[in-house]
Design a protein. Structure first.
Length: 139
């Protein structure tokens, strides 16, 4: 599981100058088997019609799940890579923030599977995703 010693501020610090930083994604909570983040709905994450871009939802989902795997594995000996992600976009939003919660549903030796729900500030479902991570040994 995710070590209790992990602090949100430390996770946010390692994301400077990455896509995560560019999209304004911020981690806000970490638990034993989940991680929560938020992303602004603004010009960085819009599609041309002024709605949150579905690809931004997928970027948030992959960020949360892959970070969860990163925190769970011994990164000196192993690393994780996304091998599959799918998402259903069930709602839309034009302003504010979306909040994603990634929960691990399978923690195997070679794969992790995450369920990620993305909701608006009022709890309305915007997107739901499933992410599969492959765990590889460093050589």
């Amino acid at each position: 599981m995710i070590p209790k010693s992990i602090k949100v501020k430390d996770i946010n610090a390692i994301n400077k100058n990455t896509l995560i930083d560019t999209l304004g994604i911020e981690f806000i909570e970490v638990g034993n088997d989940y991680i929560v983040g938020k992303m602004p709905v603004d010009e960085r994450t819009f599609q041309p019609m002024g709605l949150l871009h579905g690809g931004a939802n997928v970027a948030l989902a992959e960020t949360l799940g892959s970070t969860g795997t990163y925190l769970m594995i011994g990164t000196k000996t192993h690393y994780g890579v996304c091998i599959e992600i799918n998402a259903n976009h069930v709602g839309s939003i034009m302003e504010g923030y979306v909040y994603g919660k990634a929960e691990i549903v399978h923690k195997g030796k070679t794969t992790h599977i995450w369920k990620i729900e993305i909701k608006d500030e009022h709890g309305k479902m915007i997107s739901i995703a499933r992410l599969t991570m492959m765990i590889l040994e460093r050589k």
